[in-house]
Write a protein that binds this ligand. Structure first.
Ligand SMILES: NC(=O)C1=CN([C@@H]2O[C@H](COP(=O)(O)OP(=O)(O)OC[C@H]3O[C@@H](n4cnc5c(N)ncnc54)[C@H](OP(=O)(O)O)[C@@H]3O)[C@@H](O)[C@H]2O)C=CC1
Ligand SMILES: CC(=O)N[C@@H](CCC(=O)OP(=O)(O)O)C(=O)O
Length: 345
């Protein structure tokens, strides 16, 4: 399968190249840029010197269709909404890492992203690619919306509780933290070393664009889901997301009973690992891998459940999950090219 990457010079694009380089069934044919056409890719990323020396080329859907079958879009929001219709017209399949095609309701997109939404027919066709739960739809997808980094960690952590209606929905609080590569390669005041180092910041309080995406997925499992409280924090580390979720249980449980429910839900899902009682995952334990690791506990004193979910934002939160979706779309084993262990320490 021949593929192209648009936004190859960004962190998501670079991670796609790192992972696809080992993929037995995918061949990267062209790397595209809106600002660095004609330059060697390794000029953007010197660690790829003598590995990826190809020139970056411009974004021309007609020319792309002559060379490849599928296009990965690792572009900022507001690009895929316009580019995907053009790629579709050329008969190309699309996997979009941005938030442009994830929300089914275009008004939600415009409110939270403050940009024009993609055409409704594209939003209707786009399949939301959370492979652990929507595999059947992904198998037939031609346009795939890859989930956001935070929504991946949060929804995988909450799925069994919502699907089995185990929590009082209005008590749910989601507290999430991310490493700075989640903000992309372009520097900003918030990601400046002096602002980030030795610091811990909350940001986008009640304004985060992943709020409607998380609510949309949780409502597929339980229509009664209320507006959620979701807070995001920037941590002075490069990769990793930790989402900690708190909710009151509807009835009394033990931690062992809850773990049984999670083991049952995830035992056939190769990239979700549920930890034993008393063991909680840290971000380093999934670094560089496509795993989502989950730990949980029930507190008999408060009747509250705590779930902790960690991912590498650039792998399970972006490029790795995009390749997992690619594998499912192509009828391959979902682990193809992704079966490697985390980098540690
Ligand atoms: N970083 C992360 O952990 C995650 C990111 N995402 C999403 O994935 C997408 C890519 O993120 P990330 O790689 O971090 O972002 P980066 O900012 O690192 O890279 C984005 C790339 O998009 C390209 N680009 C910019 N403007 C345009 C344009 N007008 N047309 C085409 N390409 C353009 C740029 O390359 P050039 O100038 O060469 O064209 C740039 O290198 C974003 O939508 C992000 O929200 C999703 C999950 C996790
Ligand atoms: C640390 C950090 O800044 N993270 C980014 C993640 C953005 C992202 O991935 O945006 P979409 O999924 O909407 O494309 C943020 O919180 O906005």
């Amino acid at each position: 399968m021949k593929v192209a990457i648009v936004g190859a010079t960004g962190y998501g694009g670079a991670e796609l190249i790192r992972l696809l380089n080992h993929h037995p069934e995918a061949e990267i044919v062209t790397l595209h840029s809106s600002s660095q056409q004609g330059l060697k890719y390794s000029e953007s990323y010197p660690h790829l010197h003598d590995i990826w020396n190809d020139n970056l080329v411009d974004i021309n859907p007609e020319e792309m269709a002559k060379k490849v079958d599928l296009v990965f879009l690792a572009t900022p929001s507001g690009i895929s909404s316009k580019l995907t219709p053009q790629l579709k017209e050329q008969g190309l399949k699309v996997i979009d890492l941005s938030g442009d095609l994830r929300l089914k309701n275009s008004e939600d997109y415009e409110r939270w992203y403050k940009k024009d939404a993609a055409p409704n027919e594209i939003l209707e066709e786009a399949v939301y690619g959370l492979p652990e739960w929507f595999k059947e739809e992904i198998q037939n997808a031609e346009i795939l919306a890859n989930p956001g980094c935070y929504p991946t960690a949060v929804t995988l952590g909450l799925a069994p509780l919502l699907q089995q209606d185990l929590i009082a929905l209005d008590t749910l609080i989601i507290d999430a933290k991310s490493g700075v590569s989640g903000a992309g390669r372009s520097p900003s005041a918030a990601t400046h070393f002096a602002e980030l180092n030795d610091n811990f910041k909350i940001y986008k309080v009640n304004q985060h664009q992943h709020i409607p995406e998380i609510e949309q997925t949780l409502r597929r499992w339980n229509e009664a889901v209320q507006p959620i409280t979701f807070s995001t924090h920037l941590v002075p580390m490069t990769r990793g997301i930790m989402a900690t979720m708190y909710a009151k249980a509807k009835s009394e449980f033990s931690t062992e009973q809850l773990l049984e429910i999670y083991y049952e839900a995830y035992h056939e899902k190769p990239f979700v690992r549920v930890r034993p009682k008393g063991v909680f995952p840290s971000t380093k334990e999934v670094y560089g891998s496509n795993y989502c690791d989950i730990g949980l506990a029930y507190d008999e004193r408060t009747g509250r459940i705590t779930v902790v979910s960690v991912i590498d934002n650039l792998v399970k939160g972006a490029a790795g999950q995009a390749i997992q979706n690619f594998n499912i779309m192509m009828g391959l084993d979902e682990r193809t090219g992704l079966n490697f262990i985390p980098v540690y320490p």
